[in-house]
Design a protein around this ligand. Structure first.
Ligand SMILES: [Fe+2]
Length: 218
C-alpha cells in the first residue's frame, strides 16, 4: 500500500517577477546605481537662513528673546569651539618637564569643552536658531585671538589658555544676565550651571601650572 509522503514540502509560491529595472538589468547584471552628486550647486533656498529664528518649537519665548539668546549663544559657541581646539593644539604640541601632566590635562579639558559645544549648539536649535558650525565661520565670529601655528613653550600655552577662558567667562556673565532679564531661564541656566562652572574649574586646574619661576622660560 502506497503511503503518503508527509515529508514533501508544499510547493513554494512563485516569487513575483522582479522588474528588470528594480534589481537587475535586462542583461542580468547588477544595476550601477549612483548617488546624485553636486546637488548643492542647484539647491533651492536653504531651509533656514543663518541669523534668523523660527517659532517652530512652542517653548513660551517670544522672537526678540530668542533672537538675543541665539546671537549670544552663537558667540559663546564660536569661542567654545576655538578654546576646545586650542586645547587639542596644546595637547599635541606641549613640551618640557611637565609634558605628561599637561598632555593629559589638555585632552581632558578638550573633551569637556566638546560636551559644552554640543550643549550650546543644541540650545540654539531649540530656540529656533541656526548654530554656527564650520571652522571658516567660527574663525570669523570668535573673539578669542588666533594663536600662531607654531609650537610654543608650556608657560605660553598656559597664558594663552587662561586668556581664552577669561574672555569666555566675561561673556558668560553678560549673557547670563541678559538671558535672565529677557526671561530665557534655560539659556541663563546653561550659561551659569554648565559653561561658567566648567570654565572656572578648568581655570583652576590650568592656573596651578603658573608658578613664579617657570621650569621653562620663553
Ligand atoms: Fe591624544
Amino acid at each position: 500500500m502506497a503511503t503518503k509522503d508527509t515529508t514533501k514540502k508544499p510547493a513554494a509560491k512563485a516569487a513575483p517577477k522582479a522588474s528588470p529595472t528594480a534589481s537587475t538589468t535586462t542583461n542580468g547584471q547588477a544595476p550601477s546605481v549612483q548617488p546624485v552628486l553636486n546637488q548643492q550647486f542647484n539647491a533651492p533656498a536653504p531651509l533656514q537662513k543663518y541669523g534668523t529664528v523660527s517659532q517652530r518649537l512652542p517653548i513660551g519665548l517670544n522672537e526678540k528673546t530668542r533672537q538675543q539668546s541665539v546671537n549670544n549663544l552663537n558667540q559663546m559657541l564660536a569661542d567654545t569651539i576655538t578654546l576646545r581646539d586650542l586645547y587639542k593644539k596644546h595637547h599635541w604640541q606641549v613640551v618640557g618637564p611637565t609634558f605628561y601632566q599637561l598632555h593629559l590635562l589638555y585632552d581632558k579639558h578638550y573633551e569637556e569643552q566638546s560636551v559644552l559645544v554640543d550643549t550650546i549648539a543644541e540650545r540654539i536649535q531649540i530656540l529656533g536658531g541656526v548654530a554656527v558650525a564650520m571652522a571658516h565661520d567660527v574663525a570669523e565670529l570668535a573673539s578669542i585671538p588666533r594663536p600662531p601655528r607654531d609650537r610654543e613653550e608650556a608657560p605660553i600655552q598656559v597664558s594663552r589658555l587662561l586668556e581664552a577662558h577669561q574672555i569666555i567667562l566675561k561673556n558668560c556673565h553678560d549673557f547670563a544676565e541678559q538671558a535672565d532679564e529677557s526671561g530665557d531661564d534655560g539659556s541663563n541656566d546653561l550659561f551659569i550651571s554648565e559653561v561658567l562652572r566648567a570654565n572656572e574649574m578648568q581655570v583652576w586646574f590650568v592656573s596651578e601650572h603658573v608658578v613664579d619661576t617657570p621650569l621653562v622660560r620663553s
